[in-house]
Write a protein that binds this ligand. Structure first.
Ligand code: HEM
Length: 167
């Protein structure tokens, strides 16, 4: 597939993903002070559940296109050793590592944010895929730290993605 088309698709998915995190930090967090913790917990639970159920459709293609391009670059540099020896290769690999960190936050979020009661493997899988439980199970005490970390990673990834072509 044409490289620029893959980049465009990668960027569209990236905008959706990092945009959702930015919305949570810049819009929802300040609104919390106006609506109070009880209402915030309800709103955030339904928002989080919706994001967790729909965003895999952006997140999975984002990482597939990313790795597709990453391995393409390794091949064009003639192998990983030659690739990592360049500033571009090093920065792209750091960007990939930060992106994997962000993916870990997204993937584990049902267990980080929700008080999950099921003990069976099927129950864990169901919770991982669609988020089970109700608004009362949502841990608002973890909201700030996790979202600020995710936002920091998102900004770092985008800045690195541009710097690796400039330096
Ligand atoms: C949260 C996850 C990610 C975000 C927000 C993100 C964001 C971006 C951005 C903004 C660009 C610059 C595109 C441009 O303007 O030229 C880019 C390029 C790139 N990304 Fe990602 N990315 C993510 C994950 C990944 C992953 C996991 C990989 C795999 C290693 C990856 C590999 C690449 C590559 C190879 C390019 C260079 C594209 C080119 O040749 O122009 N990305 N990414």
């Amino acid at each position: 597939m044409d490289h620029q088309l893959v980049v465009m698709f990668h960027l569209l998915c990236a905008v959706l993903f990092v945009g959702a995190v930015a919305m949570e930090v810049l819009i929802l967090e300040p609104v919390r002070k106006l609506i109070g913790d009880e209402l915030f917990q309800q709103v955030e639970f339904y928002l989080f559940r919706r994001i967790r159920r729909t965003y895999p459709f952006a997140v999975i293609p984002l990482y597939i296109t990313g790795f597709y391009m990453y391995f393409g670059y390794i091949e064009s540099f003639g192998g990983f050793a030659a690739f990592i020896d360049t500033r571009f290769g090093m920065m792209l690999t750091v960007k990939m590592s930060l992106a994997l960190g962000l993916l870990t936050i997204f993937a584990t979020s049902p267990f980080v944010f929700m008080q999950h009661r099921s003990r069976s493997a099927g129950g864990h899988l169901k919770h991982f895929l669609i988020v089970t439980g109700g608004p009362e199970d949502f841990r608002i005490d973890r909201f700030e730290a996790v979202h600020y970390l995710a936002m920091g990673l998102g900004i770092g990834i985008v800045v690195l993605a541009k710097l690796m072509f400039m330096l």
